[in-house]
Design a protein around this ligand. Structure first.
Ligand SMILES: [Zn+2]
Length: 120
């Protein structure tokens, strides 16, 4: 789901700040996914397990263990026309650094499943 207004107000504010700081730094981003329902999270959990694809999350929908289900996380993507998930130029890392300066956490720092487009 892409409706950022379903997220925590503090996150909404930080995401707006991050988006404008990234634009200023020449690293335009857009927000792809933020709030997820149990059904949406379960579908994602099935990917790479009972469904084709590679595993992208360890959080089962029914356990409410994904930050996306609590409205406290958002996934961004690259918006400079060079490919939404093109990592060239350390794009995601640079956005992650800007996010951390604002006090957000960055999924790229995770150890189990590294989630570079994820901020919380
Ligand atoms: Zn995420």
């Amino acid at each position: 789901m892409r409706d950022i207004t379903l997220c925590h107000p503090r996150l909404q504010k930080l995401i707006a700040q991050l988006t404008s700081e990234c634009a200023n730094a020449g690293l335009p981003i857009k927000i792809g996914e933020s709030f997820r329902s149990v059904t949406e999270q379960d579908a994602l959990y099935a990917q790479g397990r009972t469904q084709p694809g590679s595993i992208v999350t360890n959080a089962r929908g029914s356990s409410y263990s994904s930050q996306h289900q609590w409205g406290i996380a958002a996934d961004f993507y690259r918006a400079d026309g060079k490919g939404a998930y093109n990592e060239s130029g350390d794009y995601f890392k640079k956005v992650g650094e800007l996010a951390k300066k604002l006090g957000l956490g960055w999924g790229g720092d995770w150890k189990s499943i590294v989630d570079k487009p994820h901020v919380y």
